[in-house]
Design a protein around this ligand. Structure first.
Ligand SMILES: Cc1cc2nc3c(=O)[nH]c(=O)nc-3n(C[C@H](O)[C@H](O)[C@H](O)COP(=O)(O)OP(=O)(O)OC[C@H]3O[C@@H](n4cnc5c(N)ncnc54)[C@H](O)[C@@H]3O)c2cc1C
Length: 393
């Protein structure tokens, strides 16, 4: 039984390992030249906080010892989903089942297309190595996008002694994870570190003159700097899969078995769209990768497929005394934000409660937890998601 895994990020590596554990021969196609790595750490890599070899998911030997045929620098360029063949590196191979795990790509700012070494997305190892080189000549750093990676970059940049401006288009930082009050506390903490935080504004153009970049904001305000980092969203590249006849939407559409519209072809991680497309996380990539592998093997052995649970993944960041923890929606109609007691410092802890939750019934159900500057009780509360609030000790 042979399984082909396309894409060697968190989902692909987990799927490859699991398919192997289930007895399959596995080919793992990677579009990158370096060993698969822990993607969230590319921000730390860009700022020299970690070295490249410390962020690899596995050593080169691990793939060999576990019988996984890892093909670096071998992007799949054609997939035939009916014949279950993959063309990569000039060769075509046939498999008993396929797993697609190509992740997402960074959204790019069209107006900065001509400045590839000055306006760089925070995304992968290749970008981080260029950022690292460019930081040597940088005193003023502008970061566009106030999600978790923008916040993280701002913190490391400030720690490195740079003047840092962080710009977020929405009215608050980390708008997908934090409500207005938690985000305000986060902004306050960043400002106390000396980071210039700008919300409700966005870059409209960027130009370069005499080595300096000028970022013009939508309110006509101007920021100057030597380097601009962007973290303004993700896009899924679907052409390869649409051409292969798979149903696509904002990602490759999969069912509760992580199976695509073609039997025997599975998708997992950020590229897979199940229900609606949530913000991708490492944990959901790993869990859907494992589930896709179980079902790819089951398909190849003509066994029934198993339902893959949709994981709820908390987002965590900790660096020195800055801590952010969040799970569940940031806000929502009809949700009550209940502030939890906290002692000392600039700390915010809250839970989100939903009245008469359709699945949980009458009363208040815990649907979210947000903490800035603390992790007290976070894990305990996160474990209680979906349970009646009164029942959580
Ligand atoms: C800067 C940054 C910070 C983040 N921080 C966090 C965090 O703190 N916590 C968290 O949980 N999540 C975080 N995320 C999100 C998390 O990294 C993703 O959800 C996760 O990496 C998804 O895993 P994946 O395997 O689906 O995709 P990826 O990790 O993106 O891997 C997909 C791989 O497939 C390759 N590929 C693409 N096309 C092809 C092809 N045709 N052939 C072969 N290979 C191909 C790509 O090059 C890539 O290596 C962060 C993401 C970024 C970019």
């Amino acid at each position: 039984m042979r399984i082909g895994v396309v894409g060697a990020g968190h989902a692909g590596v987990e799927a490859a390992g699991q398919a192997r554990r289930r007895g399959a021969e596995v080919v793992l196609y990677s579009g990158e030249t370096v060993l698969p790595y822990f993607r969230p750490r590319v921000v730390a890599l860009a700022f020299g906080q970690v070295q490249l070899d410390s962020i690899y998911l596995r050593t080169q030997d691990w793939y060999r010892e576990h019988g996984i045929d890892l093909r670096l620098n071998s992007p799949a360029v054609h997939i035939d989903t009916c014949a279950r063949t993959v063309v990569a590196g000039g060769h075509e191979e046939r498999f008993d089942a396929l797993i697609l795990a190509t992740g997402a790509s960074p959204a790019l700012l069209a107006f900065a297309r001509d400045l590839p070494r000055d306006v760089i997305p925070l995304w992968g190892v290749s970008q981080s190595l260029v950022i690292r080189e460019r930081l040597a000549g940088t005193r003023h750093l502008v970061i566009l996008g106030g999600g978790i990676s923008g916040v993280e970059a701002a913190v490391y940049g400030r720690e490195a002694g740079l003047n840092v401006t962080l710009v977020e288009k929405m009215d608050r930082l980390m708008p997908l994870q934090l409500g207005p009050r938690a985000a305000a506390v986060l902004a306050h903490r960043l400002q106390n570190m000396g980071i210039n935080v700008i919300t409700s504004r966005y870059a409209e153009t960027i130009s370069k003159a005499e080595g300096r970049l000028q970022v013009i904001l939508n309110d006509a305000g101007t920021l100057t700097g030597e380097l601009v980092l962007t973290t303004v969203g993700a896009v899924r590249t679907l052409q390869l899969f649409a051409q292969a006849g798979l149903r696509t939407g904002r990602g490759i559409i999969v069912d509760a078995y992580q199976q695509t519209s073609v039997p025997g072809v599975f998708a997992c991680g950020d590229i897979a769209q199940r229900d609606h497309l949530r913000t991708g996380t490492v944990l959901s990539a790993i869990e859907t990768g494992r589930g896709a592998a179980d079902n790819a093997v089951a398909f190849a052995q003509s066994r029934p497929l198993m339902h893959v649970p949709a994981p709820i993944a908390p987002l965590r960041f900790k660096h020195n005394d800055l801590e952010i923890q969040a799970v569940g929606p940031a806000t929502g109609d009809g949700l009550e934000e209940r502030v939890l007691p906290s002692e000392g410092g600039i700390i915010y802890r809250c839970v989100l409660l939903e009245n008469d939750h359709p699945a949980a019934g009458p009363g208040q159900t815990l649907v979210g937890v947000q903490m800035v500057g603390s992790h007290d009780d976070f894990r305990h509360l996160a474990d209680g998601l979906g349970k009646p609030w009164q029942a959580i000790p």
